[in-house]
Design a protein around this ligand. Sequence first.
Ligand SMILES: [Zn+2]
Length: 292
Amino acid sequence: MYQRQAAARPGGLTAHFLGTSSLLLSDGATTLLCDGFVTRPGLMRVGLGRIAPDAGLVRAAIERLGVRSLDAVFCAHSHYDHALDAPVWCLQTGAVLVGSESTANIGRGLGLAETSLRVVGDGDTLDYGRFTLTFLDSVHSPGDRYPGVVTRPLVPPARTGAWKTGAAYSVLIEHPVGRILLHASANHRPGMLDGRRAEVVYLGIGGLGKQSREFVRRYWDEVVGAVGARRVVLVHWDDFFVGLDRPLRPLPYFADRFDVTMAMLLPLAQRDGVEVVLPVAWDATDPHGELD
Ligand SMILES: [Zn+2]
């Protein structure tokens, strides 16, 4: 397993991982963002209080990453750890917010215009520059804490549970340079990736430490194996109650079991000859770098 990914290089895609399943992806002309969750409120506030996006943290992230333009922000699903900040990125950059009707209602609650919202369904594709995004209905990982849909514009601050799941997507990102599957939540729908290919999977592993070996094997085979990936970048493993100004660390033991997850995943990766990467936040990396 690798701690660091290949560095970004001219002509390749550039990816910046921002914890959870937040990922900034660019080919130099077009820039896309998944989730963009940077507020990361603390455990007490999430558990007992009300939460709201921190526009200052979004602004700081935009500056630190050197984002000059942003075409689209898409949400893997509508829980707060995916969709809390997404509309703020759109407000600050003019990007379109893409996702379920629940995600659109989160955008409306923060004042995004209808023209800046794009609701997608299973199998829908959207083109941004040389990128093609395909949204595939998936299933949230077991033990969804906030199931349901957001039926009205969500105006923060609000209780954490107001950010209900909506639809959970696996997003196939195709570009002439290479293909990426961004699969944020550790579950799947059998057959959902039939006929899809991607060299790199950003694989959500949140909660896997509490699942059976059989569940993990099927998840690996039917997501990583199905698309024929050669590299897996692990996402949604970090403790998102801690700010992004500190190094990422795994979720505490009461919430998940990172070591147990690794003990189940790594033998599968070794069996299939798939490289596994534990990404570092903020680094400029090339998802497909040094693959061949
Ligand atoms: Zn979730």
